[in-house]
Design a protein around this ligand. Structure first.
Ligand code: DGY
Length: 325
């Protein structure tokens, strides 16, 4: 039996490409050639090689036009991401194509990134690093770059899924009080004393630091708009490691410029890799290039999880563990 053809849209960690090449007739993109940016080209390549599976990644244009253009040979699209806002799942389901993601394995790494940004924003770490790097630091001074402590502050987690819960566990180490806003209240053993707010206004008004973990998509577009920003306390800190589209950049730049928001830390951007111009002129925002899951351990775990899903459908004819509806 010939091995099923697997089209990989992106360069993946070495061990993942090796496993893909061992178990499938893998068509790698080991140079990360940018053809993956074009949905029509993904579909064309899938047709040209008779792909049974596609291993794509966050941000690939897997909308309905791409999915409708895929050849009938495609049985499964496994995405190297937990986020699925780049994938038209209903279009895939309508064609009988399984879609699977990589939940769970990146929660700790992404929470670490949110924690990093929270500290960078509170302790002005970006500004300090830029000062030293510019060879402009003239020595310790009693009032230089004073930030605020996170100890005892109220952390508000918007979207209390696996990542939010990992962040809560880390923040308890800083003796922060945890608040959360979520579609549903979670059971007490998951809540572990965190305070649930069904209402966004009561949530935002209660907290000192907001960490955004809201999924992307039209329903949550610009969720953090000017009105919701105004509900935050003066001097609040904002971190976003979820999806860039959930924040209204113009409103956040205005709030950071006026000082209503003390500082922000961003890892994700609306329309990334584009970054809203307004952020570049601000000292009080730390900007990372979507590093949330970027640890060797996590990226390998994501790759193995995606391959497990591909194995299930293409090698064993069973249901993928992470199949989505
Ligand atoms: C995801 O998995 O959705 C991230 O944004 C990429 O790690």
């Amino acid at each position: 039996m010939p091995k099923p053809v697997l089209l990989l849209t992106r360069k993946l960690p070495e061990a993942i490409e090796a496993r893909a090449a061992r178990d499938f007739d893998a068509r790698l993109n080991s140079t990360d050639d940018p053809w993956y940016k074009d949905g029509a080209e993904i579909a064309r390549r899938a047709a040209a090689c008779g792909a049974a599976g596609i291993l794509c990644a966050a941000g690939d244009p897997m909308g309905s036009a791409t999915i409708e253009a895929l050849p009938p040979s495609v049985k499964i699209i496994a995405t190297f991401s937990v986020g699925t806002d780049h994938l038209a799942i209903p279009a895939a389901t309508a064609r009988g194509i399984t879609v699977a993601n990589t939940p769970g394995v990146l929660s700790f790494a992404t929470a670490e990134c949110a924690f990093t940004l929270m500290l960078m924003a509170a302790r002005r770490a970006g500004e300090g690093e830029r000062l030293v790097r510019a060879r402009a630091w003239t020595g310790w001074a009693p009032t230089q770059l004073m930030g605020v402590t996170l100890e005892g502050k109220k952390l508000g987690i918007a979207g209390y899924g696996r990542i939010g819960q990992e962040l809560a566990a880390m923040a308890r180490g800083l003796r922060m009080e945890i608040h959360y806003h979520n579609r549903n209240r979670v059971p007490p053993e998951v809540e572990k004393g965190a305070i649930f707010h069904a209402d966004a206004k009561s949530f935002l008004g209660a907290i000192d630091v907001l960490s955004m973990h809201i999924p992307g998509g039209e329903a949550t577009r610009k969720w953090l708009n000017a009105e919701r920003l105004s509900w935050l306390k003066p001097g609040a800190i904002i971190v976003n490691t979820g999806r860039g589209g959930t924040v209204d950049d113009v409103a956040l730049v205005t709030a950071l410029s006026s000082g209503h928001i003390r500082a922000a830390g961003l890892d994700v951007y609306d329309g990334e890799p584009a970054v809203h111009e307004g952020y570049f002129g601000l000292e009080n925002v730390a900007l990372l290039p979507h590093l949330g899951s970027a640890t060797e351990e996590t990226r390998n775990a994501m790759g193995h999880r995606a391959l497990d899903n591909l194995d299930a459908v293409l090698l064993r004819g069973t249901i993928a563990r992470d199949a989505l509806k």
